[in-house]
Design a protein around this ligand. Sequence first.
Ligand code: NAG
Ligand code: NAG
Ligand code: NAG
Ligand code: NAG
Ligand code: NAG
Length: 784
Amino acid sequence: MDRRSSRRWRFLSLFLTALHLNPSLCSAAATKVSPRTYIIHMAKSEMPGSFSHHREWYASTVRSITVASSSTKLEAEDPARRILYSYETAFHGFAARLSEAEAEQLESSGIPGVVSVLPETVYELHTTRSPEFLGIGPDVSSSVWSSVLADHDAVVGVLDTGIWPESPSFSDKGMGPVPARWKGACEVGRDFKRSCCNRKIVGARIFYRGYEASAGSINGTSEFKSPRDQDGHGTHTAATVAGAAVPGADLFGYARGTARGMAPRARVAAYKVCWTGGCFSSDILAAVDRAVADGVDVLSISLGGGVSSYYRDSLSVAAFGAMEMGVFVACSAGNGGPDPISLTNVSPWITTVAASTMDRDFPATVELGGGANSTGVSLYRGRRNLSAQRQYPVVYMGGNSSGPDPRSLCLEGTLDPQAVAGKIVLCDRGISPRVQKGQVVKDAGGVGMILANTAANGEELVADSHLLPAVAVGEAAGEVIKRYAKSAPHPTATLTFQGTKVGIRPSPVVAAFSSRGPNFLTLEILKPDVVAPGVNILAAWSGAASPSSLATDRRRVGFNILSGTSMSCPHVGGVAALIKAAHPEWSPAAVKSALMTTAYVHDNTFRPLTDAATGGPSTPYDHGAGHIRPLKALDPGLVYDITPDDYFEFLCTQKLSPLQLKVFTKSSNRTCRHTLASAGDLNYPAISAVFTEQPASALSLHRTVTNVGPPASTYRVKVTPFKGADVIVEPKALHFTSQKQRLTYRVSFRTKSPQSAPEFGALTWTDGVHSVRSAVVLTWLPPL
Ligand SMILES: *[C@@H]1O[C@H](CO)[C@@H](O)[C@H](O)[C@H]1NC(C)=O
Ligand SMILES: *[C@@H]1O[C@H](CO)[C@@H](O)[C@H](O)[C@H]1NC(C)=O
Ligand SMILES: *[C@@H]1O[C@H](CO)[C@@H](O)[C@H](O)[C@H]1NC(C)=O
Ligand SMILES: *[C@@H]1O[C@H](CO)[C@@H](O)[C@H](O)[C@H]1NC(C)=O
Ligand SMILES: *[C@@H]1O[C@H](CO)[C@@H](O)[C@H](O)[C@H]1NC(C)=O
């Protein structure tokens, strides 16, 4: 680590309460099994003329090392058969089974064309697994779209767990023929016929070679080895992107209303990359590669994990290739919050989506025998209602708050039926899935459950479709009830359920689980990019999975309510499809700019967006540019455009070796022209100024805006004041005379008094109609 990066690390470490990074950053399991799958990036431009096809070249490359390497069982095998995939569109290279020695040899022996050799990594889906739920209904951002549902024809590729084609959300009623340019396919398999695809589901493919090579064969009896969704997650995300309107959708009566995706007339293509044992990078790469070749306009990818560098993270590299081909890529930010520096998918060419609440909730009440009431949430609906007129004994099996007690968590096998039968049991959140705790209480004879947050979740409430009457309460209410249960001679309570309530204030609120900045790879690129609804989202569900995802839960539902950045990402994917449809010529960066500069940062009480984790205001490290505002994003006035060349120049500022850069150049002979003075000069729609000089002095950044509004317009700038620096924008007005005209401005920061914490603000260009807002962050790196 050089001096510069060590100061950056010391700045980042200010955000870490303890030095624990999000575990998903470390999920590359370092199992030393031999052989394993490696992804080999190849520079196609270096293919010797003696090969007529790159696949021959790849096979020959594998052969050249297997011959030389020491005895492995694989040696006798045909090298071509050891190649799982050859990648061609978004990415150049192949995935192959290699021993560790072979991989080392391939990487180190200077074989022409070999750029990098990366071991397979496992990515995870970004739902808060034990289902966290939330409701839709007349969701503002979907109903707003009815006016522009004309005849656009965008295809959104969804990389996920597959799709449940019978869901009414995927009805193609009234949709025109599939556009001729579409080259996707409907792969058939178990319980998935060609007729499962239609004018809504225009593609369905599966990618499992990497998974099977590492995790073993998929059991075709217990798991659909076809695009059919076993899990529900992929059906939910695909329906959130582009589900047709389904009136009267609900989950057990909760959140009843018309369910529909953000772009209800768009098409979806399901790329199944996740299996019961996880989502493997070689399969994800193959799916992005294929989706780009198939002709998707947008990719919505609700998964992440893996590796913390631009060139080693397969999803980052594949997304770069997709972006080059004009495909907009939305990815979930991760559910590692509220820990700082917990983001995944931070590459600037990806749109990184955080999660927030909507104005809808599912209130439920704990009425204590002592007369006090606590309000919580629940999606319980069933025949085991407790009587509101009666009180039931209540018990907390936890210790005297002097350390963790497995009984307080209601883990499996910890509850004594004699102690809990006929009672309402208070269980602490954590370790095991929330709905499973209810199952444990039910199995032990309990009649109800109060699920209490601990400090890890604070006051953020998630509603679940519990198997017995249960109410989730915040940490403060949980403490009150625990004290009562411990001190009263005969503590009692009852639980009541109020159904669905709308108009919740404040909303939106940034979800506590939503991953947080700052961006650990490049401080100059503010991440996440935007926040979108990701709490208690109602959308279509798989007929093969229960709403709680518990195997013991025999219930089946057409719609389910889930929470996670997995749910917020497809909202952005769907809205991007609408923007693409309205402006087919816009680049992925222009679409992202429109989403970011029109986002709002105030809730429905007109106060700054709050953070569920603290109850205080959130910052751009939590919400990025703010909450998406789809209708405004269609007409942003100005956009900050970025070409593939610009993104490549950004990489040139990131100290990648020439070989590492080749991962991104592929067959082009792009080289660094050093057009960017620093990473902060990338034409990003947010501004992050990082003072590295000691003593901190001045810093200038440049931006170029493209007029996508009326030809003749004049924009004037406003900048919020900062304690630590004076800000000067030159020029102060931009006079446009034509559409697509580009004008450049410079923003200069002069340090007044360096601040130890980052300072947040905004820079806004307005023409009286449009307001083009960029979040601004100033950071002074600590002295050495
Ligand atoms: C596949 O799954 C079925 C159903 O769960 C099970 O009965 C069978 O033993 C499994 N087969 C293998 C080879 O594991
Ligand atoms: C608690 O709630 C019940 C029913 O909602 C109500 O009748 C009662 O008055 C409340 N008690 C207090 C102390 O607010
Ligand atoms: C249970 O409570 C809910 C909400 O109050 C109510 O709608 C439902 O009818 C009740 N069910 C029974 C069986 O009492
Ligand atoms: C809590 O502490 C009290 C007094 O020290 C003790 O009598 C009681 O058994 C403790 N409860 C539990 C569950 O350990
Ligand atoms: C490589 O560079 C040369 C000269 O700069 C140019 O003529 C050629 O088109 C480039 N090739 C590719 C594939 O970009």
